[in-house]
Design a binder for this molecule. Structure first.
Ligand SMILES: C[S@@+](CC[C@H](N)C(=O)[O-])C[C@H]1O[C@@H](n2cnc3c(N)ncnc32)[C@H](O)[C@@H]1O
Length: 315
């Protein structure tokens, strides 16, 4: 679900009502800053349709204005550098007989296609399972450039599910908060690639990430392009070790998380921010059915309570 942008007045009204319900008092100025924060998070739109990205590969821009891939990193580069490389897929493909991937936010299928292509190239005997989730798949998907084109096409031919060349693939269509419930598995990797946390918060909450992480092997890796504080905070609260991946196309890196040790620790500056920033709180969606705007409002109000020492718990 992508958040519809409310007017400033509607948003302020909602916040005032929520503060009243909580029985607390917050300075008017803080509520105005909260409204500006939320509008800024929801604000940016990149247009619509098929666009070339920095490395020459193509992506689509969703009708909500969010690109399926980073325009500044390049679509292909993003899939390779922010998902495939940080989990050391080549080594895993060489050392295992079977690998299972949860592809959260299948989109154009670039991440899954690279996982399929690269694993099979390194170890043709490998059995692969891809369990993918998306609300919708665009009708016309641009194909990845060579040498990945035919693997991408073979994968898309399987939609929504099928088996070929040692790959078992299934796409669960619908809101992943609902569809994930019926899926029990032990994945080696989660490629977590919804739209950005502040536009698509429902797939970045502590509650959803908890469900997802419970489908990951203890030795497995969760990886994403985002380094947002609410996301990292949630992963840490889930008991995972969190590391920063190499920045590509922007100054901030993404996030790699695992239950086992063996990932580079966060820098002192990153840890300090997670400890001290009032924004270092997870998004919450205890019913796994909350409206995305309400998830953002709830988060921003908890940030305000934390700023004024009015918060009761750490989450
Ligand atoms: C950044 S795109 C994914 C790009 C994709 N990984 C690729 O390689 O092409 C984000 C995807 O998340 C999906 N999405 C957003 N909210 C969702 C939800 N609640 N449930 C399932 N999918 C969702 C969108 O439909 C979109 O396809």
């Amino acid at each position: 679900m992508i958040v519809e942008v409310p007017t400033r007045d509607t948003l302020l009204e909602k916040l005032v009502k929520e503060v009243k319900n909580l029985g607390v008092e917050l300075p008017e100025r803080e509520l105005e800053i909260a409204v500006s924060d939320i509008l800024r998070w929801l604000g940016k739109s990149y247009g619509h349709g098929l666009v070339p990205t920095e490395d020459g590969s193509y992506t689509l821009i969703h009708e909500c204005g969010e690109p399926y891939h980073s325009l500044s990193a390049g679509a292909l580069t993003e899939a390779l550098e922010k998902f495939v490389r940080p989990v050391h897929l080549l080594l895993w493909a060489l050392r295992h007989k079977t690998l299972t991937l949860i592809d959260m936010g299948f989109g154009l299928g670039y991440n899954s296609a690279l996982f399929f292509h690269i694993s099979k190239r390194v170890n043709p005997q490998l059995k692969l399972n891809i369990i993918a989730f998306d609300k919708e798949v665009p009708k016309k998907i641009p194909l990845l450039p060579e040498p990945f084109k035919s693997s991408h096409k073979r994968l898309l031919d399987l939609l929504p599910e099928g088996y070929r060349d040692g790959l078992s693939f299934k796409l669960y269509l619908g809101d992943a908060r609902k569809t994930l419930k019926g899926v029990l598995c032990e994945a080696d990797f989660v490629f977590h690639d919804p739209f950005s946390p502040f536009k698509n918060p429902e797939l970045w909450t502590l509650d959803f990430l908890k469900k997802l992480a419970s489908r990951l092997k203890p030795t497995g890796f969760w990886v994403s392009y985002s380094s947002a504080l609410p996301v990292r905070k949630a992963l840490i609260l889930l008991g995972m070790k969190v590391s920063t991946t190499r920045p590509v196309g922007r100054s901030r890196g993404g996030t790699l998380a695992t239950y086992k040790s063996g990932v580079l620790p966060l820098t002192w500056k990153e840890r300090e921010k997670l400890l001290k920033s009032p924004y270092s709180l997870p998004f919450r969606d205890p019913t796994l059915g909350g409206d995305p705007l309400d998830i953002l409002i709830d988060y921003r109000l908890r940030v305000a309570l934390k700023k004024y020492g009015l918060d009761r718990e750490g989450t």
